[in-house]
Design a binder for this molecule. Structure first.
Ligand SMILES: NC(=O)C1=CN([C@@H]2O[C@H](COP(=O)(O)OP(=O)(O)OC[C@H]3O[C@@H](n4cnc5c(N)ncnc54)[C@H](OP(=O)(O)O)[C@@H]3O)[C@@H](O)[C@H]2O)C=CC1
Ligand SMILES: O=C(O)C1=N[C@H](C(=O)O)C[C@H](O)C1
Length: 270
């Protein structure tokens, strides 16, 4: 039997961090090797499994070097500024990375691309199997509805989410724009207000709903004359994201560097 994959978790007390700790504990081929959170967080000094009521023997700490000293890979679902700090350390110290954080600007994404020359990185705004299969369906649908259909993307998330539109909605927009030979930067419309004029058919619209405890809903509408096609994905638990992230960590074993998406991890490319 090969040695277990040693995985550390950043943002260990967050909504995703807690799920990740549980998923790693449940995986027969993985071991929780470290748990990180921000200095000053009430979780510092706690056992990483305390939230789930199952102690792990791994204490949440804010010292990056100490938390990563035994880790093969870091799974990071935090905030762009935190992930970029972790990225620098991981690239310099040969720790691979699974990045689920959303809300990066172009500069942040470029830093991730650069770091992937040094270490293996899986970077994806949504790690559920369902969403990644939905992206493939959208690619196919966009090609079929390229003329005469207006495209609008609507997403809903819980009241605590800090970025909008969601990383998944933006990825859906990118996949559709690519399939149609458009540039999302030029054709995206983020919300409408006032006298907007008639809809420009070349645009892709985004609408955002925030409230309650919605885990994550995404609907893409292709609106034609006389019919409307909707492709929706609705998450009812974060466990799918956590399992996807652990699968991504496994995928990186034996890949010394390179930037990968969940389509690579799940074999959905092509
Ligand atoms: N790719 C995917 O499949 C998914 C991606 N996400 C993304 O993951 C991210 C986290 O989501 P969620 O778990 O709901 O968020 P939470 O706010 O619940 O958790 C974030 C965690 O990161 C910590 N944190 C905050 N700022 C920093 C920082 N600067 N450096 C290091 N750690 C920091 C928080 O600590 P503290 O609480 O002390 O501030 C907390 O522990 C978001 O970007 C979200 O969009 C979410 C679900 C699925
Ligand atoms: O913040 C969340 O919760 C989620 N964020 C990701 C995103 O921005 O797309 C993935 C999922 O929708 C949940």
């Amino acid at each position: 039997m090969s040695a277990p994959l040693k995985i550390a978790v950043a943002g260990a007390s967050g909504r995703m961090g807690r799920m990740l700790v549980e998923a790693i504990q449940a995986a027969p081929d993985a071991e929780l090797a470290g748990a990180l959170d921000v200095a000053g967080s009430p979780s510092i000094g706690m056992d990483a499994g305390a939230f789930a009521g199952q102690l792990t023997g791994v204490i949440i700490q804010s010292d990056l070097a100490a938390a990563l000293k035994n880790a093969d890979v870091l799974i990071d679902f935090t905030r762009p500024e935190g992930t970029l700090r972790h990225l620098e350390y991981c690239a310099a110290n040969d720790v691979q990375l699974v990045i689920g954080t959303t809300g990066f600007d172009d500069e942040g994404k470029a830093a991730i691309r650069r770091a992937s020359d040094k270490v293996g990185i899986v970077f994806a705004p949504n790690m559920s199997v369902g969403v990644n299969v939905t992206l493939k369906l959208l690619e196919m649908a966009a090609k079929s509805f390229s003329e005469g259909y207006d495209i609008e993307i609507v997403e809903a998330h819980h009241r605590h989410k800090v970025d909008a539109p969601s990383g998944t909605a933006l990825k859906m927009g990118e996949v559709i724009a690519d399939a149609l030979g458009r540039d999302l930067k030029e054709c995206a419309v983020y919300g409408r207000e006032g006298v907007t004029g008639e809809r420009d058919p070349s645009t892709i619209g985004f609408a955002t709903v925030r409230g309650g405890d919605v885990v994550g809903d995404h609907t893409v509408m292709f609106l034609g004359t006389g019919e409307r096609i909707e492709i929706s994905h609705k998450s009812s638990s974060r466990v799918t994201y956590a399992h996807g992230a652990v699968r991504a960590a496994r995928f990186l074993a034996g890949k010394p560097n390179g930037l990968f998406g969940m389509d690579d991890v799940l074999g959905l490319k092509g």
